[in-house]
Design a protein around this ligand. Structure first.
Ligand code: HEM
Length: 215
């Protein structure tokens, strides 16, 4: 029987390629968009991580989701510093969630409230991605818009308390493999991971419509 982490990774391989190849991300990484597009994307992440992290405290004691609630991963404070840098001190009054972002955040909140294994699927899709491809995005953003290396504007991508991301990801995979639950529950969680990718893709599509360079 395949381990849970292998199942998750295998099931999302195709969607991972899709999301990487989205017009918005390609334009962003290809330095074809201005810093405004990057700021708009960062805003969307703030709503997503708000949903992931505001429910986390309540889940800390949960046997399934609890082990994943780890303060060294939390991104909300970093996102707030980035937004202050990118949008200025009044950033809170000027930001808005795209409908696709609202839908994504809504689904995370729903899982956080009622379905811990579903929450884990969302947790995996975001944080493990940030620890991996996120570093490529940071590098591109620093170069394209002259943002200070690992500083304000890109703090979201900097996990100060995780000095060795590769080792951390190995530990995370082990944690996934020790999640209690039967085969059916694991299959449902894998399907939720696929849904998480689809929700991410929808956000990128909406951002692509707002910043339609590749069209
Ligand atoms: C341009 C954007 C992206 C690039 C270049 C990228 C690249 C990568 C790379 C190089 C890895 C490591 C693969 C490995 O360890 O063998 C990875 C893993 C991962 N990425 Fe991405 N990625 C991007 C966007 C995303 C997005 C938008 C998501 C989800 C919303 C995501 C989710 C993941 C996940 C969950 C993993 C961990 C797979 C695992 O080890 O189980 N990635 N990505």
């Amino acid at each position: 029987m395949e381990s849970f982490s292998t199942l998750l990774r295998a099931a999302s391989r195709e969607q991972h390629q899709q999301v990487r190849g989205s017009a918005f991300l390609s334009d962003l990484l290809g330095s074809r968009l201005g810093v405004d597009a990057f700021a708009r994307y960062t805003e969307q992440l703030w709503f997503v991580y708000g949903a992931l992290e505001s429910g986390a405290e309540r889940l800390a004691g949960d046997p399934v989701a609890g082990p994943f609630v780890r303060p060294e991963l939390f991104r909300t404070a970093a996102l707030e510093r980035d937004l202050e840098h990118l949008r200025g001190p009044d950033w809170r009054s000027g930001i808005s969630a795209l409908p696709a972002t609202r839908e994504y955040a809504r689904r995370i909140t729903e899982c956080a409230r009622a379905w811990p294994a579903g929450y884990v699927a969302h947790h995996y899709t975001r944080y493990l991605g940030d620890l991996s491809g996120g570093q490529i995005i940071r590098d591109a953003a620093e170069k394209a818009w002259g943002l200070p290396r690992k500083g304000d504007g890109v703090r979201f991508y900097v996990f100060e308390r995780i000095p060795n991301p590769a080792a951390y990801k190995r530990g995370y995979h082990e944690l996934l493999d020790s999640v209690p639950g039967d085969e059916l529950e694991r299959q449902r969680a894998v399907a939720e991971c696929e849904r998480a990718y689809a929700l991410n893709n929808a956000v990128f599509r909406a951002l692509g419509e707002e910043f339609p360079l590749s069209a």
